[in-house]
Write a protein that binds this ligand. Structure first.
Ligand SMILES: *[C@@H]1O[C@H](CO)[C@@H](O)[C@H](O)[C@H]1NC(C)=O
Ligand SMILES: *[C@@H]1O[C@H](CO)[C@@H](O)[C@H](O)[C@H]1NC(C)=O
Ligand SMILES: *[C@@H]1O[C@H](CO)[C@@H](O)[C@H](O)[C@H]1NC(C)=O
Ligand SMILES: *[C@@H]1O[C@H](CO)[C@@H](O)[C@H](O)[C@H]1NC(C)=O
Ligand SMILES: *[C@@H]1O[C@H](CO)[C@@H](O)[C@H](O)[C@H]1NC(C)=O
Ligand SMILES: *[C@@H]1O[C@H](CO)[C@@H](O)[C@H](O)[C@H]1NC(C)=O
Ligand SMILES: CC(=O)N[C@H]1CO[C@H](CO)[C@@H](O)[C@@H]1O
Length: 585
């Protein structure tokens, strides 16, 4: 993961809803030694209800994990994933296929709706929305109350689009001391009845924001000056933050539009550990969902275990004593544990002939390292899956039909990459997965993922740079609308790693001392040396092999990479990355 690039091109041709929608419908295949995946399959639409390819295992017993309901502190929540369609737009949104709005049905006895659900029509129906029940037995201060009125936020009446009748979106006006946590959707202009939905006592709420995942708007891409529907997430999303979203949507009514803001729920009980998987449950989760990583057939720089890297000659350098690097103990126990990003230490490849061999990694021995953490008030378990590559190859560029290797640009020693599984703590089902790409990334819902076999999602690692993608092919990172950019190539070419085979849980802070962190995890120095090269020299060397219009195009690419990125700072380990204790993005 070189910190290069992504943000510096004013974006880009990369995965988002529409691209993914072309991909795959998940399917199972029998388990054999090597599983080719095909992403030529067409994703089913909303008429189909998504199910994971294989049945869920029986989770080992213990604690509140997969317990079906969660007590947030006088407010019990349960999740409902059976829906009654209220209204659909059949135009606009992803693939111009529209979106559908639903109410939860088959709500368990005693529970009430907290808000409606919505999703795009171009993917199978897959989602849930929380319903709530007051369990305080205190009529003077209940945790739920009906709204006292509704405000019409939007209606489709003025929109000349293909639609199933007209849709109306209402904001429940809460009584004093309560907040609305979801919208109500109707297919008539009559105000919904007050018993349709409940508002939540303010102390059980936190702030909510759009998660940036577009669900629908009247155009085929989100336009700022139009009405748009997005997924939602709590604003405060650090590990252990208590905001808990109901799984509904938020709307943005053009520029300076609606100010009626919904809240997220908040877990007042706090004890997130009781909702989280214990060690046995973690093992089962990893065996169920461990990502399967496909490397490019031309990839020279494969992963290794950290121990292999240390045992095969990696060296620890200290500023001021560069001529005396030290070998590293297998588990990293002699690495400095300074607890902050210390620029005075770095690792490097061995100096002898084994250098080239170590750069290539050792796939047979490669481990995957897992970090387990509670998210969103304990509603989800995030399982970050880290892979170590001794070496990250040079960036590659595409200029029209020509491939160019950018010399030394982008190369570095010590490359940490990750993907993150997000597991639903009500039932242990995979909810979504984060793919990290350079210093950016993409969330993909479980219904859109490609599965290598059983319930194991496929990950495609890009040639040289090891960015993670949910499908194979070329991704061009660069200015929009031209056939020029840095290229991330991924392909299912026979080199593959099931991260569940040599799986090591390296951190799960909520389990206290049950998981012992390996010493290398608390080495906060650099995993590779700072790379210094003469950029002009590199560029001029490359320009010699180009001609005419290509020279200009090439300069355009290289000039968009800011100078500070080119004199790379040296890569850091998992704990030093921004989101070790935060949400992805
Ligand atoms: C209109 O909404 C009601 C629920 O209020 C639902 O039962 C009905 O099916 C909806 N009509 C259409 C055409 O979707
Ligand atoms: C409910 O809101 C409407 C406007 O949406 C307003 O005209 C009406 O007076 C309100 N009713 C109550 C009881 O506040
Ligand atoms: C976010 O949540 C954390 C953990 O509960 C808390 O310490 C912090 O104050 C919160 N930040 C904000 C801005 O609410
Ligand atoms: C330099 O490194 C060597 C080998 O680790 C060590 O013996 C020596 O004390 C170090 N010198 C300084 C000045 O830190
Ligand atoms: C790391 O390895 C050393 C031997 O090289 C051993 O003494 C130590 O106990 C190990 N530490 C851990 C945390 O595994
Ligand atoms: C460019 O590189 C990609 C990925 O390695 C390869 O598939 C493609 O054939 C190359 N194109 C040319 C013109 O060499
Ligand atoms: C690199 C990255 O994804 N950083 C994000 C980490 O999470 C916070 C929010 O929790 C975002 O603001 C960062 O962009």
């Amino acid at each position: 993961m070189h910190s290069l690039i992504f943000i510096f091109f004013n974006l880009l041709i990369i995965f988002n809803g529409p691209t993914m929608a072309e991909s795959s419908s998940p399917s199972s295949s029998s388990s054999s030694k090597y599983h080719h995946v095909s992403d030529q399959r067409k994703l089913a639409g909303i008429q189909t209800t998504f199910k994971l390819p294989s049945p869920l295992p029986n989770w080992p017993p213990g604690g509140g994990f997969a317990g079906g309901t969660i007590d947030l502190g006088g407010l019990q929540v349960s999740q409902v994933s059976t829906f009654n369609k209220i209204w659909a737009a059949n135009e606009g949104g992803f693939d111009d296929l529209g979106a559908t709005f639903f109410d939860p049905v088959s709500i368990p006895q005693g529970f009430s709706m907290l808000g409606s659900y919505s999703q795009p029509n171009n993917m199978p129906l897959f989602g849930h929305v929380l319903v709530g029940k007051d369990i305080t037995n205190d009529p003077s201060n209940p945790t739920l109350k009906p709204p006292i009125n509704y405000t019409l936020v939007w209606s489709s009446e003025a929109f000349n689009i293909k639609k199933d009748g007209d849709g109306f979106i209402w904001f429940p006006n809460p009584p004093d001391g309560y907040r609305a946590v979801g919208y109500v959707v109707t297919n008539s202009s009559d105000k919904p009845t007050f018993d349709r939905v409940r508002c939540v006592r303010s102390d059980l709420t936190d702030s909510l924001e759009s998660d940036g995942n577009w669900i629908w708007g009247p155009s085929t891409s989100a336009k700022d000056d139009e009405f748009n529907v997005y997924g939602s997430r709590p604003t405060n999303r650090s590990v252990g933050a208590m905001g808990a979203p109901i799984g509904g949507f938020v709307v943005q009514n053009g520029i300076g539009g609606t100010t009626l803001s919904l809240a997220s729920l908040k877990n007042l009980k706090g004890s997130l550990g009781s909702l989280m998987p214990n060690l046995k449950q973690i093992e089962t989760l990893i065996q169920t969902y461990s990502p399967v990583v496909y490397f490019h057939p031309d990839e020279p720089y494969l992963p290794s275990s950290v121990d292999w890297f240390f045992q095969n000659g990696a060296l620890l350098y200290h500023l001021g004593n560069e001529s005396n690097p030290n070998p590293i103990n297998p588990n990293g126990s002699n690495l400095p544990q300074v607890g902050s990003n210390d620029d005075t230490y770095w690792l490097d490849l061995p100096k002898d002939d084994s250098k080239e061999r170590v750069k290539q990694g050792n796939l047979q021995d490669a481990n995957a390292y897992f970090h387990i953490k509670p998210m969103y008030g304990g509603l989800f378990t995030d399982i970050a899956t880290w892979i170590f590559y001794p070496f990250n190859g040079a960036s590659r560029a595409k200029i029209e039909f020509i491939n160019i290797s950018l010399g030394k640009i982008g190369e570095h020693v010590g490359d940490w990459e990750h993907v993150t599984l997000r597991i639903n703590n009500f039932n242990g089902e995979l909810h979504s997965m984060f793919f990290s790409e350079h210093n950016w990334g993409t969330w993909v819902g479980a219904s859109v993922l490609l599965y290598a076999f059983r319930n194991k999602p496929a990950v495609f690692s890009s040639l040289h740079s090891h960015s993670s993608y949910p499908k194979s092919g070329l991704v061009l990172i660069g200015p929009k609308g031209v056939d020029i950019g840095l290229r991330d190539d991924t392909e299912d070419g026979g080199k593959v790693m099931d991260t569940g085979v040599r799986a090591t849980v390296v951190a799960a802070e909520y389990l206290g001392s049950a998981v012992v962190e390996p010493p290398w995890l608390n080495y906060f120095g650099k995993w590779g040396p700072k790379i210094e090269y003469d950029l002009d020299k590199e560029i001029n060397a490359l320009k010699k092999i180009m001609f005419g219009i290509l020279k200009g195009a090439f300069e355009q690419i290289v000039k968009s990479i800011p100078a500070e990125v080119l004199g790379e700072e040296g890569p850091t380990g998992p704990k030093v990355k921004n989101n070790w204790s935060g949400d992805e993005m």
